[in-house]
Design a protein around this ligand. Structure first.
Ligand code: SF4
Length: 77
């Protein structure tokens, strides 16, 4: 299982992750990304069929703001 969330402090609002993986990422009115399904908690696993796009988004983020883990992230931001 893979979990993801955004480090919103270093996201530069480029929009790439949402374009690449719109089922995983969305951005707020300031363009700062968050994970769609769990409100950026990082507690709902990436679906198997989303893994390719997840990896593509992860490697495309210019600031490394996309976080990944094999464990659910804690609820702390
Ligand atoms: S690709 Fe990275 S910098 Fe761009 S919006 Fe997504 S998290 Fe932010």
């Amino acid at each position: 299982m893979h979990y993801t969330k955004i480090n919103r402090e270093i996201c530069i609002a480029c929009g790439l992750c949402q374009i690449i993986a719109p089922t995983l990422y969305e951005y707020d009115e300031n363009g700062i990304a968050y994970t769609v399904r769990d409100g950026n908690q990082g507690v709902i696993p990436v679906e198997k069929e989303e893994m390719d796009l997840f990896k593509k988004a992860y490697t495309s983020c210019p600031t490394g703001a996309i976080l990944r883990s094999t464990q659910p992230f804690s609820e702390k931001e």
